[in-house]
Design a protein around this ligand. Structure first.
Ligand SMILES: Cc1cc2nc3c(=O)[nH]c(=O)nc-3n(C[C@H](O)[C@H](O)[C@H](O)COP(=O)(O)OP(=O)(O)OC[C@H]3O[C@@H](n4cnc5c(N)ncnc54)[C@H](O)[C@@H]3O)c2cc1C
Length: 332
């Protein structure tokens, strides 16, 4: 990949807007810095969005990291070095597919590279089994969280730190890690070669005697009008990343499970006021989190609230409409 970066032709000036509490930003910034070091045609400016609020508003940035290339939007959110290079190098995907197609069959191929996949890979490799692990982003959901306090024997760690440690542990063994690839289809073995096939979205096919599926979970959309339209211009899924951009504003958090309540607690320290909406008659978050939330004066909780619509004027969102499920009344 380093050679691939050195050989990129053209002029690329990147600008990345970040926030200091964004755990997705360092990887993106470091990837672009590395590219700038390797190739004189590439330059990179990293900008702390919190200290240039007027610029952030002018460029309509409401989610970080927000990356611009030669003045135009390039991408938003977590990106790996390989994602960025693939986007710039038109031949990258073709080369990757070719390389994957040439892989010898695996005894075990694990689909999904979160903690479950990493664990399965280590167990398999420790038994001397030829193992591969393929996933969209190594670390899985762990990358989306900051504080982890329930990992026995480790009082407190952070998501990205744990994901890096997981990768290091997997790398201790002879395991092929295949990054930034989604499996689109599994094809059962036929009598001829007795090998299952895993076909990727990019067009490659990997062969293996056994497939372990460890695809985990991902956030659930609200599926209401306005959600997609205002994604990154008011609707966000990463409170740590984007919270500082909503400093002094009114914010709603949808969902009273652990993730929602943790988000509301963290945001309460940054924004002016948080309203948490929960669909059910009670929240599902752990008691310890609910107690912490209840102790905060700048948070309101509305139970039995069904979100109906994210409202806005085309450029940015301005509000939220919900139904009180008890009496059917509609509120903005
Ligand atoms: C905000 C947040 C906070 C959390 N905090 C905690 C906590 O404090 N303590 C705790 O114990 N747990 C916490 N969790 C839950 C914990 O992260 C998950 O339980 C754990 O990550 C599940 O691991 P997994 O490997 O099963 O799945 P995941 O972590 O979901 O990983 C699955 C992987 O598979 C990949 N994948 C999916 N489909 C495909 C496909 N078709 N092809 C290739 N790859 C695919 C995904 O991209 C992902 O990388 C938190 C979760 C979130 C979102």
């Amino acid at each position: 990949m380093l050679d691939q970066i050195r050989q990129l032709e053209g002029k690329f000036h990147f600008e990345t807007y970040y926030s200091l509490s964004c755990h997705n930003c360092p990887d993106v910034i470091q990837a672009l810095n590395l590219m700038a070091v390797l190739n004189p045609n590439i330059t990179h400016t990293a900008i702390d969005g919190a200290i240039v609020q007027s610029e952030v508003q002018q460029r309509n940035i409401m989610a970080v990291p927000a990356v611009f290339l030669n003045g135009k939007e390039f991408g938003q959110g977590r990106m790996t070095l390989s994602d960025i290079v693939t986007k710039l190098d038109v031949n990258a995907e073709k080369n990757t597919v070719q390389k994957l197609n040439q892989q010898l069959p695996y005894e075990v191929l694990i689909v999904g590279s979160g903690p479950a996949g990493a664990s399965a890979a280590i167990y398999a490799a420790r038994n001397g089994i030829r193992t591969g692990i393929i996933g969209a982003r190594f670390g899985g959901q762990v990358l989306d969280t900051i504080d982890i306090e329930n990992y026995i024997s480790v009082s407190k760690t952070e998501g990205p730190k744990l994901a890096t440690a997981l990768r290091g542990h997997v790398n201790d063994y002879d395991i092929d890690i295949i990054d930034s690839q989604m499996v689109a289809k599994l094809i059962p073995a036929d009598a001829a070669d007795k090998l299952h096939k895993s076909a990727t979205v990019s067009g490659a096919t990997l062969r293996s005697r056994i497939i372990i599926i460890a695809t985990g979970a991902k956030w659930r959309d609200m599926n209401v009008p306005g959600e997609k339209e205002y994604r990154t211009t008011g609707v966000t899924y990463c409170p740590h990343c984007d919270g500082p951009l909503f400093k002094g504003q009114l914010v709603a958090v949808i969902g009273g499970g652990n993730s929602g309540v943790e988000a509301a607690i963290d945001l309460a320290g940054v924004v002016e006021h948080v309203t948490l909406l929960e669909f059910a008659p009670e929240m599902r978050a752990d008691a310890v989190l609910q107690q912490k939330l209840a102790s905060l004066s700048s948070v309101d909780i509305i139970l039995q609230a069904e979100t109906l619509e994210v409202k806005g004027y085309g450029v940015k969102m301005t509000g939220l409409q919900y139904k009180n499920r008890q009496d059917g009344s509609i509120h903005d």
